[in-house]
Ligand binder design. Structure first.
Ligand code: CA
Length: 415
């Protein structure tokens, strides 16, 4: 596939993240326009509500864009997702006369972006082997780093949809019950070991009822976003004996504002990693369901300059989102339109490729030197963490935009 040419000239650069090949879905507002669905093209946004009101796109199911979220389209059959994408591609292509559409474009510099879909439920996995080995080594030693079940199934836990926020939404350092190894009793205090987790989230676009094959699970994925699963390591260490994350990961989960559709990611697909052991039939690989997407994390202290602290790739995953969803459904657990499935922290084999402060500072024992001055073991107040993700082909780039958030100081506890 080559770069598709658009009459929106900024979309024709080899370097733009939003060429006609991408067309990611977001929700925006301006000082004049209330919240609505839009599609990024070059440095502009196409106002979907205006396009629909002008009769340039139609759905037999009725009006699709009167609400400021994408769930109405997600609810439709997969062939409707494809048809819509084809029609938008045609409307924005170089062969189309832009006369009717030119007033429906808004510069991205003039908008505020909002969460693009209503999140039904949030499940987070732990499916990157480098991360699992790093975390396991710190907890149990190198000999027992991976639990016995790890090579047989994607391990996960059910998180909270209520605290999923869009990039740019800041939040306060959480309070929690803490107990360090030498404390006799636990105490309530702001987390001192607050962290980010570099992840990608898959968005479920069709509901299911009953077990799904890996192929069926892949078929219900609507698109992907960057995801920061903020984590309080000290809350997690005390509460997680023995159950999985609870308050440690309930404060906030940040997602990038653009849903990059699965169709846009097809040119970046790649095959599975080498398997340690044969997977059970319901999880067997059945096609290229991994993606070559380079990921970076930068950390910017208050009034400081950004330092790139991690560079890795989404293809480092051991289990795909499709395998995670197939496993999730194996008990009969239904999937809903708008479910968000976190990949788990993405780390590479190298030290510079680690996707969390826990790993970068090795549990706080080896503080990380920031390239622009200072050191960090965990996040400090007013640190900004920004993820960036993109995949490149010969003459075009598919990007996700930024996923960013600033950690504000803890508020006074309300009593
Ligand atoms: Ca996580």
């Amino acid at each position: 596939m080559r770069l598709l040419k658009s009459w929106v000239s900024s979309a024709n650069s080899k370097f733009t993240e939003f060429p006609l090949n991408n067309l990611p879905y977001g929700v925006f507002s301006t000082t004049k326009l209330e919240k609505r669905c839009g599609i990024a093209i070059g440095d502009m946004i196409l106002d979907c509500r205006a396009v629909e009101e002008a009769g340039l796109i139609k759905f037999s199911a009725g009006t699709m864009f009167k609400d400021p979220f994408w769930n109405n389209l997600m609810k439709l059959e997969r062939n409707e997702w494809t048809r819509f994408r084809k029609e938008i591609t045609l409307l924005l292509s170089l062969d189309t006369n832009p006369e009717k559409l030119i007033n429906m474009l808004i510069p991205q510099s003039k908008v505020e972006l909002h969460i693009p879909f209503v999140v039904s439920e949030f499940t987070d996995f732990w499916s990157c082997k480098y991360h699992a080995i790093n975390a396991g080594t710190m907890l149990r030693g190198a000999e027992n780093a991976l639990p016995l079940n790890w090579n047989h199934m994607p391990i996960g836990y059910n998180g909270r949809a209520s605290s999923v926020i869009v990039s740019g939404t800041n939040f306060n350092r959480p309070w929690g019950q803490l107990k360090r190894p030498n404390d006799t009793l636990p105490f309530l205090a702001p987390s001192k070991r607050f962290d980010f987790e570099l992840e990608i989230g898959a968005i479920v676009g069709s509901k299911s009822n009953g077990p799904l094959t890996v192929q069926q699970a892949d078929d219900i994925i609507f698109g992907y976003v960057l995801l920061n699963d903020w984590s309080a390591r000290d809350i997690q260490a005390w509460e997680g004996q023995p159950l999985g994350p609870f308050q440690a990961k309930a404060t906030a989960t940040t997602i990038s504002p653009w849903i990059v559709t699965k169709e846009a990611l097809i040119p970046l697909q790649c095959g599975p990693p080498t398997r340690e052991n044969e997977l059970l039939d319901h999880l067997k690989d059945c096609g290229p369901m991994f993606y070559d997407i380079s990921l970076t994390v930068s950390l910017t202290p208050q009034k400081g300059k950004p330092s790139i602290i991690t560079q890795t790739n989404y293809k480092e995953m051991y289990y795909s989102s499709a395998q995670q969803i197939a496993h999730h459904s194996s008990s009969g657990c239904p999937m809903r339109v708008g479910d968000l499935i976190g990949s788990g922290t993405i780390s590479g084999s190298q030290k510079s490729e680690r996707g969390s402060m826990l790993e970068l500072s090795w549990g706080g024992k080896e503080p990380l030197n920031l390239t622009n001055g200072g050191t960090r073991s965990f996040l400090e107040d007013l640190d900004t963490v920004t993820f960036h993700g993109k995949g490149t082909k010969e003459d075009f780039t598919i990007g996700f935009g930024n996923c960013t958030g600033t950690l504000l100081p803890a508020l006074k506890y309300p009593y």
